[in-house]
Design a protein around this ligand. Sequence first.
Ligand code: G4P
Length: 189
Amino acid sequence: MELLKEKIRQEGIVLEGGVLKVDTFLNHQVDAGLMMAMGQAFAELFGEAGVTKIMTVESSGIAPAVMAAYLMSIPMVFARKRKSLTMQSDLYSEKIYSYTKQEESEVTVSKKFLEQGDRVLIIDDFLANGEAALGMARIAEHAGAEVAGIGIVIEKSFQAGRGKLIEHGYRVESLARIASLDGGVVTFV
Ligand code: G4P
């Protein structure tokens, strides 16, 4: 997606440890027009995949996911990192380990929002080691749903995530694929 790549070139800041800071449009402040263009791209890529529900994990996956859901006229559900007051029981939960943050978190989705027979499109902001996407896929499969695909905004192709997801048999589509952040320079695949 050329618009996204241009935005990354102009506003992305490369931090130590192979981390890309994009808080001007994705991870803190949100560029709604760009999110809609991302939603459009996902809707086109997965338009023929029979998707019945979009799933993401809070917080930064929500903006692109909701735009795709709007354009595909299907619901979007986001996995929560903290249990809400009203979410007491009947939950699917999975532990997700973040190598980037070196911490484990538990994510939950209420059982009433995933059904057997659902075809789930998983959307997330970053793909690094693939743990968040795999955790969401486990939740979908526990519910008896099928993973129709995984849509990623920014893939760090120099990390293991894509390979792991492909190994599991999932279709992965990323809007921007970064080959390297070496020397503080963003190089796309
Ligand atoms: P993984 O799920 O692919 O294994 O990724 P990892 O554990 O390494 O990443 C954990 C968190 O760090 C995720 O956000 C992910 O989006 C984010 N992340 C990973 N690499 C980068 C990067 O290069 N730049 C930025 N900006 N974020 C990165 P999260 O904890 O779910 O945060 P949020 O969605 O609440 O913002």
